[in-house]
Design a protein around this ligand. Structure first.
Ligand code: AHR
Length: 512
């Protein structure tokens, strides 16, 4: 009996503590660039994303320019956000831009029917958004109203913002304090036109898109990058129809929306905090479907566009949980844990590795909504674990993509398994190599042996983001609970790089 128990214990310890290993080969044989626009963000008129987020009451005791919160601006500038999508989301297809210009006191109020039925005073409109983008040093990405708008409305919005010459609309822009044109490049033509943006069929939307796109003009030095509404998750028919009926030449990008629901269901999506390993495993399993979605949508696009002229624009992605208890269900306010950071690192690695087709992406959303970078509580502000992933990954922006071959062990839970490690790599203009690795395994450190083909390097430094539990969060009482730390477990061994990747961690390495 005693002998049996000992054997059992020996067996258990073998299974639980066996050294897990992965191997990676990084090559230097690609001409692709990781577009900085993969690191884009999204700010919808939703809950406290804009009102009470970016745009606050005059009386709030924080530094502001006009009513734009500067602590948020400064935090986002640090992670170099390349573009900001606005005003929605579903909100975009009920937004009429003329209601948001001119004297604020005279702007009509509106009901935000999609998000909580609250009344908005339109004090944050086009000029305020573009001022925010200027402060952030980021490119605006405007979603125009197709669902309840008109071709004329979008066409005039483009003229109002982008035309330099004399016209009634440019005169109005000047009266509203902006003599120079803004030259807004990125324009979304509707949002989720298969759902909240008009419940259209793919065929009908393709025709509508062509009409809207025809009259949205390129003005001198303001060539538009028009982004058509694309599919949700695995709706491959939508992509096929858009590529067949619209095709390259008429659109710069075609979007894809894909959210990670912890339970995989739209009803009870699962909580943002206090979850166990089962919920963690399922969330990760669900988020890994992004690889399949991007691969399959790209394959359809390749059929019609082998030269990859049309970008796949994943302009809504991220974790969507139940709202925090006691908050307005229409405001989509959720906490952000280490799990969100692992999801973010994984998705960004997927996008980087598909950078030949994925040229833009937007996390949903920047402040106080869904998988936020920043949460605020009156004058208090905290940076979420997801924020730090964008900080650690910003080195990939506009860097040369380095292809990777990966052999990874599985992360096993309850008889199910998924690949434990994911990774992407790039070389910046100064020649430095950056490798971002995620270990999704909740328990095991993984030894990663890395071969770098035709790549010269001498030294390595790194940062790691991890915590005791995947459900750990930053709170207003403990805002620095999860922050990146110096990483010392990457070493040179002969011509190999050997990395001891902690359980449930994201590691960013720099080789120089
Ligand atoms: O990001 C929240 C909502 O999710 C957006 O408004 C909509 O486009 C999507 O369904």
């Amino acid at each position: 009996m005693k002998k049996y128990v000992l054997l059992l214990l020996a067996g258990m310890s073998y299974n639980s503590f066996a050294q897990k290993t992965a191997s990676i080969t990084v090559s230097n044989n690609s001409k692709d660039t990781i577009s900085r626009h993969i690191y884009g963000q999204f700010a919808e008129h939703l809950g406290h994303g804009i009102y009470g987020g970016f745009w606050v009451d005059k009386s709030l005791p924080v530094q502001k320019q006009d009513r734009i919160r500067l602590d948020i601006v400064n935090a986002l500038k640090k992670i170099k956000i390349p573009n900001l999508r606005w005003p929605g989301g579903c909100f975009a297809d009920e937004y009429h831009w003329r209601d948001g210009i001119g004297l604020r006191a005279q702007r009509p109020k509106m009901i935000n029917t999609n998000w909580g039925g609250v009344v908005e005073d339109n004090s944050f409109g086009t000029h305020e958004f573009l001022e925010l983008c200027k402060l952030l040093d980021t490119e605006p990405y405007i979603s125009a109203n197709v669902g309840s708008g008109t071709v004329e409305e979008m066409s005039k919005w483009v003229e109002y913002l982008n035309f330099d010459g004399l016209s009634p609309l440019t005169t109005l822009r000047k009266q509203n304090g902006h003599p120079e044109s803004y030259k807004v490049k990125f324009w979304g033509v509707g949002n989720e036109s298969w759902g909240c943006g008009g419940s259209m069929t793919a065929e009908h939307y393709a025709d509508e898109y062509r009409r809207y796109a025809t009259y949205s003009r390129d003005y001198p030095n303001a060539r538009l990058r028009k982004i058509a509404c694309g599919a949700s998750d695995g709706d491959y028919n939508w992509t096929e129809t858009m590529m067949k009926n619209v095709g390259p030449g008429r659109m710069w990008g075609l979007s894809l929306h894909s959210y990670t629901l912890p339970t995989g269901k739209w009803g009870d999506k699962g909580p943002a905090t206090g979850f166990g390993e089962k919920e963690y495993f399922n969330t990760i399993n669900n988020t890994l479907r992004m690889e399949e979605f991007v691969t399959k949508h790209s394959a359809i696009m390749d059929k019609y566009d082998p030269k990859k002229r049309v970008a796949l624009v994943v302009d809504e992605w991220g974790v969507w949980t139940n709202v925090e208890p006691g908050t307005n269900p229409g405001f989509l306010y959720q906490q952000n844990s280490l799990r969100d950071a692992l999801v973010a690192g994984t998705n960004l690695n997927i996008f980087n590795n598909h950078c030949d087709r994925v040229k833009m992406a937007n996390l949903a959303q920047a402040v106080n909504v869904l998988q936020s970078l920043i949460l605020t509580d009156k004058e208090k502000m905290l940076l979420t674990p997801t924020y730090y992933i964008f900080d650690m990954y910003k080195v990939h922006q506009d860097a040369k993509y380095l292809p990777i071959q990966l052999n990874t062990p599985d992360y096993e839970f309850d008889g199910k398994k998924l690949p434990a490690v994911n990774v992407s790599a790039s070389q910046d203009k100064a020649g430095k190599i950056h490798i971002t690795l995620v270990n999704l395994d909740a328990h095991n450190t993984i030894e990663v042996s890395t071969e770098l083909k035709d790549i010269m390097w001498k030294n390595v430094s790194g940062q790691v983001l991890t915590s005791g539990s995947t459900a750990d969060i930053n709170t207003f009482a403990k805002p620095l609970n999860i922050v990146p730390k110096q990483f010392n477990a990457a070493k040179r061994n002969g011509d190999k790089l050997v990395v001891s990747l902690p359980a449930k961690s994201v590691v960013a390495l720099e080789l120089f």
